[in-house]
Structures are given as C-alpha cells and as structure tokens.
Design a protein around this ligand. Structure first.
Ligand SMILES: [Fe+2]
Ligand SMILES: [Fe+2]
Length: 356
C-alpha cells in the first residue's frame, strides 16, 4: 500500500500565526493544526512536513520548539514573527530548517511548502540509475516552467520540454516502469506526478513494443503534455481534497479543449500530439468527451494515451481514493471493453505485469 501523498501538521503557539499559515495553505494543501504544548506532550501524528509557527519569546516556548524539532520525523519549516530576531538566533542554534517571516507572502510560503514536501521524494531518487535520476530532475524543472508559462499565457518552453523527453526516452530504454512509478509516487504535485506516470507508461511501453525514432518522440512528448490544459483549471478544483461536484466536473472536462487550443498554437508540434491531448478522454463507443468521437475516429496513439491515462489515474492515490495495485488496475481496465482498445490493453497488461 502506498503512503499518503501529502501530510502536513501545523504546530503553533500563536493563534494569529496559525491563522495566517492556515489561510495560505487552505485550498492548496491538506493539513492539521496542533497546539505546540499538545504536540510536545505526546500523541504525535506522523507527518511528511511539520510547519512550526512559534514566537519563542519565552525560554519555555524556545524549549518546546527545540523539543518539537527533535521529535518531528519528516521535514520541518518554521514561521517566525518578523520583530523577534532572537527567535532566528535561537532557531539556528538547533536546526538548519528553512524559515519564513510574518506577515507571509502566501505564494512564497506555498512554494516553500511544496519544496519541503518534495525534498524527501527527490532525495530518494539518488538510489536510481543516473539516467533515470537525470530524467526525473530535468522533468521536474521543465514541467513546472511549462505549466507556469502556459498558465500565464506564454508559449510552451519547447526546448526544455523536448530535452526532458529525450532524457525520459533514455530512461525508458533501460526498462523498469515500476521503478519510475515508485520514484514519483509521493511527489506532492499531482499534475506533475500524473503527467509523468502517463508519459513514462507510454514511453516505456512503446519502447518495449519496438517503437523508436520520431514515433517514440511523439508518444513521449504527447504523454508529458497530454493534460497541459489543466493549467487553466483553478487549483482549488484541480487539487481539491474531496470529491468533485457536478459543476466542478464540468470545469475539469473542459481541459482537453484547453489543451487542444494551447498545443495548436505551437507550430512545431504535430497534429498527433494535439490529438493525444485533445481526445484521450474519448471512448470507443462514443460516450467520451469532449467531441464524442468513436471507433476509427480514435487513432492508435490516442488509444494508447487513453490506456496510460486510465492506468495512471487508477494506481495513483488521491485525497478521495486509496491507491490500487497495478494488477487490480489492469483487471478493471480489461472490463472497459466499450471504452478502451482491448488488444492494446492486453499488450499493456502483459508488458506491465511481466516485463515492466
Ligand atoms: Fe486528461
Ligand atoms: Fe490525464
């Protein structure tokens, strides 16, 4: 069973600081709040990241913070009052953890939270083959740049993305899709994790099928960019911890339309990559979206993207669902006879279970 992808505890001695932290995190991260005194006296929840908001104005608080820092098992991040330079001095005596000052710049704080959450995941990559490490590290940077640029109306940084895809293809040539999935499993950024699951599934599978050259390039690039339109979906819907309501689903279901529009603007991208992004939610029986395409209107690359997409969604752990084993996911996929190409599903199943 995979671990939760995100687990933040806000430990506080000041209700005001806690409120500021809560306001910055709400809608973006799931978190629990615990008073400092309660935290240091027991009942410790395990956390990926502990955010400690403390004034440290008294020696008693400073002692409690020191104790809390020692017992936090994961990453720590501090939020300190600006006016208390003693607090920074005291903090530096027992930890090198990052700190931010009140009043918080919400965006900077969320970025620091993201970096702290992903630090152990990215540290764990050091045991992987250097080719895989290079691919993962390069993709983190280029994917984030791509999402940010496109969300701000700028073009896709195609040189960076293409270079990352080349690294991913080299990683795929080594085989071992399971390692790839495991390495990304706990990464905080759902959009990155999902796009890398889909891109990896496509690239590793295509390579194992003997696909090479320009076709393999297109499948890898198409996989990484297949959900680029999601950058236009509000984060509170995209990363919503609970289930989506009907209105929110309608917003999500527009992402292939956004993807088509974004990718069509890029003259260097072929129609194949645009089609993978625009139509991977279409189903063979015509019940998919956005255009209700069916049968032969859905080409092999779209069919492969749909398979990689469904597989990636099933094995991923989200706030509203637990993760699923590869085998259980593939079992479900073999029942989707009206939606997915069963010949390709069978091949994908045998690749994933036997040779992955
Ligand atoms: Fe999608
Ligand atoms: Fe997707």
């Amino acid at each position: 069973m995979r671990k939760p992808s995100e687990n933040i505890v806000v430990i506080y001695d000041s209700a005001m600081a806690c409120k500021a932290v809560g306001a910055a995190l709400a809608g973006y991260f799931r978190f629990r709040e615990i008073p400092l005194a309660e935290y240091v006296t027991g009942g410790l929840p395990e956390a990926t990241l502990s955010i400690i908001c403390a004034n440290m104005g008294t020696s008693e608080t400073a002692e409690q913070v020191k104790k809390a820092t020692k017992i936090c098992s994961g990453e720590t991040l501090f939020v300190l009052p600006t006016h208390n330079s003693d607090a920074i001095t005291q903090l530096r005596q027992h930890t090198k953890a990052d700190y931010l000052l009140l009043p918080l710049d919400d965006e900077e704080f969320r970025e620091a939270t993201k970096v702290a959450l992903n630090r152990p995941v990215e540290k764990a990559w050091s045991i992987l083959d250097p080719t895989k490490q290079k691919a993962l590290k390069s993709a983190v940077v280029s994917f984030e740049k791509c999402f940010d640029q496109v969300a701000n109306g700028k073009p896709i940084p195609l040189d960076d993305i293409t270079s990352s895809c080349q690294d991913i293809r080299e990683a795929a040539a080594l085989g071992g899709l399971d390692d790839w999935i495991d390495a990304l499993d706990n990464h905080h950024d759902y959009s990155f994790r999902h796009s890398m699951f889909v891109c990896g599934s496509l690239s590793y599978f295509a390579h194992a099928m003997g696909i090479r050259g320009a076709e393999l390039d297109r499948l890898t690039l198409g996989g990484l960019l297949h959900d680029i339109g999601k950058c236009r979906v509000p984060l509170e819907i995209l990363d919503k911890p609970g289930k989506l309501d009907a209105r929110e689903w309608d917003v999500i279901k527009l992402h292939p339309v956004h993807s088509k529009e974004i990718l069509t603007r890029e003259n260097d991208l072929g129609t194949d990559i645009v089609a993978m992004a625009a139509y991977h939610h279409e189903k063979l029986d015509g019940t998919g979206y956005p255009d209700g395409l069916s049968g032969a209107q859905i080409n092999d690359h779209i069919r492969l993207t749909a398979i990689a997409d469904v597989y990636s969604a099933l094995i991923d752990k989200r706030a509203y669902k637990g993760s699923m084993s590869s085998e259980a996911a593939l079992d479900i996929m073999t029942t989707l006879k009206d939606e997915l190409d069963m010949d390709l599903v069978r091949e994908f199943r045998s690749f994933t279970l036997d040779k992955g």
